[in-house]
Design a protein around this ligand. Sequence first.
Ligand SMILES: *Cc1c(COP(=O)(O)O)cnc(C)c1O
Length: 374
Amino acid sequence: MSAEGRIPLVDLGAQYRAHKDELDAALRRCLESTSFIGGPDHEAFGRDFADFCGGGSTALCGNGTDALALALRELLGPGDGQGEVVTVSHTFVASVEAIELAGWKPRLVDVRRDTGLLDPAALAAAIGPRTRAILPVHLYGQMVDMEAVCALARRHSLPVIEDAAQAHGATWAGKGPGQWGDAACFSFYPGKNLGAWGDGGAVVSRDADLIARIKKRADHGRASKYLHELSGTNSRLDGLQAAVLRVKLRHLKDWNEKRRRVAGWYDQLLTGVRGVERMSVAAQATPVFHLYVVLVEKRDEVLAGLKARGVDAGTHYPVPVHEQPAFRHLGLSPGDLPVTHDLARRCLSLPIYAELERAQAERVVAALLTTLAG
Ligand SMILES: *Cc1c(COP(=O)(O)O)cnc(C)c1O
């Protein structure tokens, strides 16, 4: 079976089939107890997820974008449209949208060529009198150099909000998201390393008061059923998603381990292959390979060649945020962030998920080699 058929970029069906009984039972329990908002799974999952992250507490919310916007709102107060939050352009657009949703101004900086992650030197150069916060993005499942980021944050008394939407379980120097910054924000979009069956998100922090404020803000500012202390919003994780996530969380360590094994196969199979540049992993980082990204010339042709050979690869991300029509108002041109521009042009994401087998990884690499030779 594994030696034939298309190889998708992610295979959520394989994950469901492997854990169907457990997941179906959790859903049924939730349906029978009608715990659609809040409820025992919601409570338990929040606690379990904070434990998984190495401590602190969790505010569950509607999606990862809201998690970021809510954390920014509570840490910085309402935005004035002038104060800047520094982040990268080489990311999913939500990292930047969240800054604007919270009312602040995105200040986009370039990334490191070897990892594709926030460049601490570019960050240092961007910090000025208008800077209000730093938003590092742990892209592809590898954490940013958080020692460097936190040293800069301390020197300038700036809060750090981690975008950990692709990094559930990753560490830097042995500590995960939420153990470095003031808050870490996660997405449970279905394709993420820990994915719901719909949308979901979370903020994790060691600051229990911050988490309490975010929970309140995300539930109409409620102090109790009919008492609204803040003008808030509705961004809740529903009970069915919490039930699914609670089951899946038990497998996340194992899934991340398996993703690392797949990445190891690709590393090995691609060593010495001309025309394929692999991304680096820093010595202090233990990544969780949300994505396995390589750099190739004529990327779109390679992508099409792989597709023709039954391999669904991806591009993360082909148009950087500062080159998107929606962010023209930031006033940046492609050449302002040259590394970001170059990575966007050449990045290619190979299929990766826990259930991917060695024979499939070999087929992906064989298809890549044939495509490159043609
Ligand atoms: C998925 C993602 C988000 C947004 O999460 P949603 O749940 O889709 O709102 C934010 N940042 C990054 C880097 C992401 O990959």
